[in-house]
Ligand binder design. Structure first.
Ligand SMILES: Nc1ncnc2c1ncn2[C@@H]1O[C@H](COP(=O)(O)OP(=O)(O)OP(=O)(O)O)[C@@H](O)[C@H]1O
Length: 710
């Protein structure tokens, strides 16, 4: 982080040998300035500290050795008869074979002549009892040249731990190394650490300039395996620096928001107590704990911003209902925002069912409402005649005015951004905000993404739930899956068959599902089947869903993802076609549609022939675990945080070096230290923090809505 970063922002052309063509190649890797270069780290290192005798080369290691060419010729492999170039080199201690499968014959013949000496480098393997190196790199010595003189004359490439940089077409490792080296030598010293020195001492981290030098150009006594793993103190210092500013920014934002005046509620349980008496079950300990956390927030004079996270089927909705009743008994209104029409409709049914019994009024705002009905509905909301309003984004539209909004409940947070939460807040005088998400997010990521929200976790499922048995099979075994479904239907249960939606070919998916409907009807002659797809109009979809929820339909064939949150406890079998096309988090959500009652449930994932390795890996994870958090972690590992959250909306900043998953521990440390800093009496006014605050504004100002800082 640099307060005066003008030098670091210079283009790469300030470095020797970087002309427009090379600059272009770097630009392809998003490296445009000196700073970009400094913050693009080697992706691995090579140990070129010592040459090994051929006899001592270690199998499985990338080694460097000097040898003389003893034989060199094109040969044919014994099995396939394919041509390859083979060279045997020796150094007196032993010999080793070098092989090329891709080469230009004339060049190979001229370059690898018997008697020439070279430094060779590559991974040593064993094949048919002999050690060999495929496609080695070679640096030729002049006749009679001493090998030590040779390596000494080229210190950028020999005699040390060497960085290996990411490359692109037309950029070679040697050139890359030279350019990076110059950037580090000339500019690393300008990268200043502004973090309080006591934190660096406490965490045993070097200042940034030293850290940058070391990660790019490690000393010969550096711990190579720590470097390769990415957890050496120098890389950690860079990661810590990135996280510290982020956490500091988030904490300051949180502080700013929580100081706003809100509506403190008095809690008398006027509606919640009768509701608890009517519910057919008792709240789980986790539900009660989370409700307690919500109640504490609601009684404060500042608005609540709380995220309730709970795995699929953990019972978030009833907690939201309780919170809503607390708002209503305080004579305020509640807005419930759902991500889809179907889910809005389901929430409406749920909330209105209970509110009606308590003598309270609920309204549904939907995109497909007749204008006259909608107008009437808006008037009732504005007049305060409605206690709770459910809807999709429709609730956020300008025309929707509340008489007194006290609580906004947002379901499925990750489809909404910080901005939508702001819009909701503006519909009242700083109403309390409760966000519910079923996407289990690893804690480290949650802290970062929802840094402005307090976190509650419902970490317990209602009693009696049995894990959903998950099977994977190929298309040929589909019939066995259908037989499983038939048996469930005979027991009076219901099932889902899901076809994935591929945007560019929605039509063909629909076709596949429509065709499937035909033969499925043949397979299940006595069962009522229904088709649910994305092109259906709202009311039509609702009718299909209602029929299914109320048990009139036995099997729901859906071309789109059956919306998150659909709750039909009697459904016990799910078959997912082309299961590999779904992401892990999505599959987990989908599977969560069964296993919601006390009955045994099964989910069969049918993979298509084209299933990729990654796809297979995902399906295996699904078969191994039902734990949403473990699935989320596996997903994050396979896909990386950007994809995992859907980059655009999540607001997750891209880190230059840090990796949220791998560096979770450093993130926790940075967060703790940032909290300690924010709690200091003299922070941020004391002059000693000025540079830090300036650096913070420069780094995250716009992205974290911290415009006022600095
Ligand atoms: N304490 C409880 N005991 C028994 N059943 C419960 C309890 N709490 C909720 N349920 C039932 O569990 C089912 C799932 O609840 P709910 O729909 O609120 O889950 P959810 O957390 O929103 O899940 P999802 O994210 O999958 O939509 C519902 O049928 C609900 O009636």
């Amino acid at each position: 982080m640099c307060a005066d970063s003008s030098h670091l922002h210079q283009p790469l052309s300030v470095l020797h040998g970087v002309g427009p063509r090379l600059a272009d190649r770097f630009a392809r890797m998003q490296i445009r300035s000196v700073e970009d270069l400094l913050y693009t780290l080697p992706h691995r290192y090579e140990d070129r500290r010592q040459l090994r005798k051929i006899a001592h080369l270690r199998e499985g290691c990338t080694e460097i050795f000097c040898g003389e060419i003893l034989a060199s010729a094109e040969v044919r492999t014994s099995r396939s008869g394919r041509a390859m170039w083979e060279v045997v080199v020796g150094d007196g201690s032993g010999t080793i074979t070098l092989k090329w499968f891709h080469y230009r014959k004339a060049w190979q013949k001229k370059t690898y002549q018997v008697g020439r000496r070279a430094l060779f480098r590559g991974e040593v393997k064993r094949f048919a009892g002999r050690r060999e190196v495929l496609h080695p790199e070679a640096d030729f010595l002049a006749p009679g040249q001493d090998v030590d003189d040779f390596t000494r004359a080229d210190p950028l490439n020999f005699g040390r731990i060497l960085p290996v940089y990411p490359l692109t077409d037309g950029l070679h490792q040697r050139t890359a190394r030279k350019i990076w080296k110059e950037a580090v030598d000339r500019f690393a010293a300008q990268v200043k650490t502004h973090l309080p020195a006591e934190f660096l001492r406490k965490r045993s981290l070097p200042p940034l300039d030293i850290a940058l030098r070391q990660v790019h150009w490690p000393d010969n006594d550096a711990d190579l395996s720590a470097l390769q793993r990415g957890d050496d103190p120098c890389r950690r210092a860079l990661v810590y620096d990135e996280f510290f500013y982020l956490e500091l920014g988030l904490l300051l934002r949180q502080k700013g928001i929580s100081l706003e005046a809100g509506i403190p509620f008095r809690i008398e349980h006027r509606y919640t107590r009768p509701l608890a008496a009517m519910l057919p079950y008792r709240l789980t300990a986790a539900q009660k704990r989370v409700l307690g956390e919500i109640k504490r927030d609601l009684q404060r004079p500042h608005p609540m911003h709380r995220l309730v996270q709970g795995d699929v089927g953990s019972g978030k909705t009833v907690v939201a209902l309780m919170a809503a009743l607390l708002a209503i008994e305080n004579e305020t209104q509640v807005a419930v925002v759902a991500p889809t029409e179907i889910l809005a409709e389901q929430h409406y049914r749920f909330f209105s069912h209970w509110l009606e019994r308590l003598g309270l009024k609920t309204a549904l705002l939907s995109g497909t409402q007749k204008p006259s009905d909608k107008q009437r509905c808006l008037e009732r909301i504005a007049a305060g005649e409605v206690h709770l309003v459910v809807g999709t984004h429709a609730v956020l539209q300008e025309g929707v005015r509340f008489s007194r909004l006290g609580l906004g409940i947002v379901d499925e947070q990750h489809r909404f951004g910080v901005q939508q939460r702001q819009v909701l807040k503006q519909k009242g005088e700083n109403p309390h905000i409760l966000v519910m998400t079923a996407t289990p997010i690893p804690r480290s990521l949650a802290l970062t993404v929802y840094g402005d929200l307090a976190l509650s976790v419902i970490d317990e499922l209602p009693p009696g739930r049995k894990p959903v048995k998950t099977l994977m099979c190929g298309e040929k075994e589909r019939e066995r899956a259908l037989i499983l479904m038939k048996k469930a239907i005979q027991r009076g249960e219901q099932g889902y068959i899901v076809y994935p939606l591929v945007e560019e070919s929605e039509k063909s998916d629909l076709k596949a599902a429509t065709e499937a409907m035909e033969w499925l009807t043949g397979f299940f002659p006595d069962v009522r089947l229904a088709l649910l797809h994305g092109r259906m109009k709202g009311p039509e979809k609702d009718a299909v869903m209602r029929d299914f929820a109320e048990g009139r339909t036995g099997i729901l064939v859906a071309t789109t993802v059956i919306e998150v949150g659909i709750d039909v406890p009697n459904a016990t079998v799910m078959i997912v076609e082309h299961a590999e096309r779904f992401g892990l988090a999505q599959l987990h959500q989908l599977r969560g549609r069964v296993g919601r009652g006390g009955k045994e449930s099964v989910c069969v994932l049918i993979r298509s022939q084209k299933c990729s390795e990654d796809g297979l890996k995902r399906l295996q994870v699904m078969c191994e675990t039902g734990d949403g958090f473990r699935i989320a972690e596996a997903d994050l590992e396979i896909r990386g945080p950007g994809d995992f959250l859907g980059t655009r909306q999540s607001g997750v900043p891209d880190f230059r070096i840090a990796n949220i998953l791998r560096d979770g521990q450093v993130l926790e440390q940075a967060r703790q230290d940032a909290m300690e800093l924010v709690a200091r009496d003299d922070f941020p006014d004391h002059p000693r923090y000025h540079e830090l605050m300036q650096a913070l504004a420069e780094r995250w100002g716009g992205r974290l809505e911290l415009a006022s800082i600095g």
